[in-house]
Design a protein around this ligand. Structure first.
Ligand code: DX5
Ligand code: ZN
Length: 225
């Protein structure tokens, strides 16, 4: 099935004192807004949590792609679905029953995503693909924006894409970390169809133009241009 690319700017690279305006700046050009929740435990960094997501949700209609880099997602993830997130992604490394949590998230009204960090092989999780809506392959080590894209992660993207094709599954393959104009094509070629971009969007003089450019580059490689 042909799918057009999803471009999901990460507000981690935006100005946190002007969050609503920063989200408004990508309305109409972005597909999702990517919200990085970090708990200073699963990753060393600390960002934002549920109260901010609840408030920001009211300020925009753009679908929220919540990326939980937290321990104990079973406890916290459903709250983000209840807050109206479109997709809630939790980390495989932090969850001992991903299938159960995915079910809970879907019952709470969101899509369910499974994230695979840099040092985690994807092979053991391929059999879980029928139970999730999104699989997020980190193309950096989770925790900080602005890191260099790691092309060696694309083998995981290819493995996931192959399994999705063979089993004719409806799962988005998302890449996160170092996605920019000079890296998005290789990720699209490997089989990604959803692209998180923090620095490449919010570091640009014109975020909407940066999104359009990323979309065109990805779409051309996906054969949907
Ligand atoms: C890092 C976050 C990313 C981050 C990406 O752990 O998951 O979403 O915002 O930032 P860039 O696009 O700058 O690599
Ligand atoms: Zn992220």
């Amino acid at each position: 099935m042909e799918r057009s690319p999803i471009i999901a700017p990460s507000i981690l690279a935006s100005d946190f004192s002007r969050l609503a305006e920063e989200v408004h700046a990508i309305e109409g050009s972005a597909d999702w807004v990517h919200v990085d929740v970090m708990d200073n435990h699963f990753v060393p960094n600390l960002t934002l949590g549920l109260p901010i997501v609840q408030s920001l949700r009211k300020a925009t209609t753009i679908p929220f792609d919540v990326h939980l880099m937290i321990t104990d997602p079973q406890r916290w993830a459903p709250g983000y679905a209840e807050a109206g997130a479109y997709n809630v992604t939790f980390h495989a490394e932090a969850c001992d029953d991903p299938v159960a949590l995915a079910k809970t998230l879907r019952a709470a009204g969101s899509k369910a995503g499974l994230a695979i960090d840099r040092d985690t092989p994807v092979e053991p999780y391929l059999e879980l693909l029928p139970y999730v809506d999104t699989i997020l392959i980190m193309t950096i080590k989770a925790g900080f924006g602005g890191q260099a894209f790691m092309p060696e992660m694309l083998g995981k993207v290819r493995d996931v894409r192959r399994r999705i094709s063979v089993n004719e599954l409806e799962v988005r393959v998302e890449v996160d970390g170092g996605i920019a104009a000079d890296t998005i094509e290789q990720a699209a070629e490997a089989g990604a169809d959803a692209f998180v971009a923090g620095t490449a969007v919010y570091g640009a003089a014109d975020p909407a133009e940066a999104i359009r450019n990323l979309r065109a580059l990805a779409a051309a490689k996906m054969g949907v241009a």
